[in-house]
Ligand binder design. Structure first.
Ligand code: ADP
Ligand code: MG
Length: 725
């Protein structure tokens, strides 16, 4: 393949695009010329095309190493569906059976396959290596190449073996592609793949259309998220959680609030995962709640928000995950919920890991925490982290820029910090430096005899909260550097040394205040109080209804239910069902007039209903109640049910009472007829029909000693079930 080919024509021909995005063309030409190539492009930048197009133009088969099976299938489908040549892309991974593997091999041998996607685990398999030796390889593409580095979020040890395997299969140009690119990761990738000479293509990582925000995570985080989604209803979004358990819980909460949401994590089988993914792409689902297993390579251009429910483990991961929003250049809101508690939890988890890994993990976490707590422009911080200088101070599209904090003059403090770093021979991390300037004689400092240095405690009179922001903003300003290869110790730069000599006014913004405890009052909303006026009106309505229907008032709704209604103001049947003691049955039978009354009352008095501010939580699904209902349907004797559920008979009755009181009909006649005399049943039934109250003690008194408490309760259940439900 000569390099004077008209690539734009080929692009149009195979993919239907009119022009290249960014540096795609230069990248492709470099590869066609047989050179190793290194591509750094943000998510959504169009990396795949950089190897897909050349593979179609070059002789032989291109091998694409890609970390996720789901991703492979997706990409193979895309390319097979997109280019007019059919069946030019195939994949090899552990999901294929023998017959499928043989077919793939046949296609490769016949020259049909231009692109072969392989999982790193498959690539390193002896039998595939043997087979591939006999194949003409056009080039190797290593997608998501950051997986080579431990300095990131999903290191894959097999990625480290790629170079030796290439050596065995046969040399060909290598193109490595990634969207996360600190200097450290970049060096790691090049070294490990043996492409230190590779030409590097680095696009700006700035995604101007993405909006970044960090919010304090309180115990009301679920409500905050539901509210956010309601305000953005119908839009596609992804919510990342760290644990599978949280993923499932949150998805359930969203579903309970009528949000089209689904859970996704590696614990689901492949079929379920791929269905969820398809449903999301087809917009049958609006919101995916997922672990980081979701999203790599998923190409949905109009994801409108990405929420981090938990603090991400690294900014690398965070940036890649947020990168999935707004790929089409449209709106993309990226909101992270941050709490110190989560941070401490993650740090604790790390304690079991090997020391080196712990150290990396901690540093990455510290970077994320710094990002979250800082009041500096988020975009500036992120880009700085990826080695890029964002020239403006205010990007106009992040929370810190839209609500800027007042800057304070920290010239003096900055000089103190810089002097400290120098005095400590550029060999200590930020927290040590802070202890040092504050003049804290910790054991560590005393061991090093640093408390004897003249710079020790130079900043003891300053605001103790100033040091973190000063250090971080000094790093951004280029006075200090963090040496990531070396435990993150602080080094001073030439600019920093100059600043000590000739300081000029240096303004910093103080960090946002985050509380240590996310259970504190931040989340405490007003506790609702009973509305006595409404309560009286509801009682009147109940009296009228009771007269009309000829049943006692308490059969309609009990006082506790009315009190609750007069507190939370339900105005729909759905909301009414959430009132204790009101089930679906009762709500439908009697509810209509009650909610109409409440609605009118709210409108007339301009009442802000707590329900409007509240979200529905997922009831701890009472399996017990479900089992009891099922057993009674099967006419199982109640004492057997109690045994089977391992509860006392009294407790069983209490459960059943709760069930019928909230409006579910239960027919226990089969059991009553078995254990009680007919006239006992009738007597008790009659008593309740006449009585002013359903109180058990009153009933026992009135009925006398002939009847046992269990009998009275059983008949009361029958009575309620038949009359009220
Ligand atoms: P990345 O792997 O960098 O995250 P993808 O390769 O998945 O990004 O591409 C992102 C989107 O950009 C895809 O929808 C792809 O079809 C589209 N795309 C790629 N190149 C072009 C191009 N030259 N013109 C228009 N769209 C493109
Ligand atoms: Mg990609």
């Amino acid at each position: 393949m000569t390099n004077d080919v008209n690539l734009t024509e080929k692009l149009k021909h195979y993919f239907g695009f009119n022009s290249f995005k960014g540096e795609q063309e230069e990248i492709i030409r470099n590869l066609l010329a047989g050179n190793d190539t290194f591509v750094l492009m943000p998510t959504g930048g169009g990396k795949s095309l950089c190897y897909q197009l050349p593979s179609l133009l070059m002789e032989g088969t291109a091998i694409v190493v890609s970390p996720l099976i789901a991703l492979m299938k997706n990409q193979v489908d895309v390319i097979n569906g997109m280019s007019e040549e059919t069946g030019v892309a195939h994949y090899l991974n552990s999901s294929l059976n023998k017959a499928a593997i043989d077919q793939v091999k046949k296609d490769i041998r016949s020259g049909l396959t231009k692109l072969l996607y392989v999982a790193p685990e498959s690539l390193t398999k002896e039998e595939y290596v043997e087979f591939l030796k006999s194949v003409k390889i056009s080039f190797y593409a290593i997608d998501e190449a950051h997986c080579i580095s431990e300095w990131g979020h999903d290191f894959r040890p097999e990625y480290r073996r790629i170079r030796p395997i290439i050596g065995q299969i046969g040399n060909a140009p290598v193109i490595a592609l990634t969207a996360t690119a600190t200097d450290k990761v970049r060096t790691d990738i090049k070294k490990s793949l043996g492409i230190t000479q590779a030409k590097e293509f680095k696009n700006s990582f700035n995604r101007p259309n993405l909006y970044y925000e960090v919010r304090q995570k309180t115990k009301d985080v679920d409500r905050d998220i539901v509210k956010f989604i309601r305000q953005n209803s119908g839009k596609s979004g992804i919510i990342y959680c760290l644990s599978r358990k949280k993923v499932e819980e949150l998805a359930a909460v969203l579903q309970a609030n009528n949000i089209k949401a689904a859970a996704y994590h590696a614990g689901f089988d492949a079929a379920t995962r791929s269905k969820t993914q398809d449903d999301f792409l087809m917009e049958k689902i609006d919101v995916i709640v997922a672990t980081i297993a979701f999203g790599m390579g998923i190409d949905k251009p109009d994801v409108r928000f990405v929420i981090h429910y938990d603090i991400p483990k690294s900014l690398e991961g965070y940036y890649q995950e947020t990168g999935r929003a707004g790929r089409d250049g449209g709106e993309g809101k990226c909101i992270a919920f941050y709490s110190r508690k989560d941070l401490h939890k993650l740090e604790k988890f790390m304690e079991g890991k090997p020391v080196a890994e712990q150290d990396i993990g901690r540093q990455l976490l510290q970077e994320t925490a710094a990002y979250a707590e800082s009041s500096v422009c988020r975009r500036k911080m992120l880009l700085h982290y990826f080695g890029e200088d964002y020239p403006k101070d205010n990007c106009g599209n992040c929370d810190n820029c839209l609500h800027p904090k007042v800057k304070i003059d920290a010239t003096k403090e900055t000089v103190i910090v810089l002097r400290a770093v120098k005095a400590l021979k550029e060999d200590f991390r930020s927290d040590y430096v802070i202890d040092f300037v504050k003049g804290r004689d910790t054991d560590d400092i005393k061991d090093h005899k640093h408390d004897l240095l003249p710079e020790f405690g130079e900043g003891e009179d300053c605001d103790i909260k100033i040091w973190n922001p000063v250090i971080r903003q000094s790093i951004i300003a280029g006075f200090l550097k963090k040496d990531v290869e070396n435990y993150g110790v602080l080094k001073i730069t030439k600019g920093g040394l100059d600043f000590i000599k000739n300081p000029y006014t240096f303004m910093v913004v103080k960090d946002a205040e985050f509380s240590e405890d996310d259970d504190d009052e931040v989340g405490e909303r007003q506790t609702a109080a009973l509305d006595p006026e409404l309560f009286a009106m509801l009682q009147d309505l109940r009296k009228d209804t009771s007269r009309k229907l000829g049943i006692p008032p308490y059969v309609i709704f009990q006082d506790v239910s009315l009190e609750q209604m007069a507190t939370v103001y339900p105005i729909s049947l759905e909301e009414l069902v959430n009132i204790p003691g009101v089930g679906v049955g009762k709500a439908h039978r009697y509810g209509k007039e009650f909610i109409a009354l409440i609605k009118r009352h709210c409108e007339e008095n301009d009442i802000e209903r707590p329900e409007d501010l509240r979200i529905r939580t997922v009831p701890k699904k009472s399996m017990l109640k479900v089992k009891i209902i099922q057993s009674i349907d099967r006419k199982m004797p109640l004492d057997d049910i109690a045994d089977a559920q391992n509860i006392d008979f009294e407790d069983l009755l209490t459960e059943i009472e709760a069930i019928v009181y909230s409006g579910t009909k239960l027919n226990i006649d089969y059991f009553l007829e078995d254990v009680m005399d007919d006239d006992h049943i009738d007597d008790i039934y009659e008593y309740f029909r006449e009585s002013e109250t359903d109180d058990l003690e009153v009933a026992m008194d009135e009925l006398g000693e002939d009847y046992t408490e269990d009998e009275v309760r059983l008949v009361r259940i029958k009575f309620f079930s038949e009359l009220a439900n």
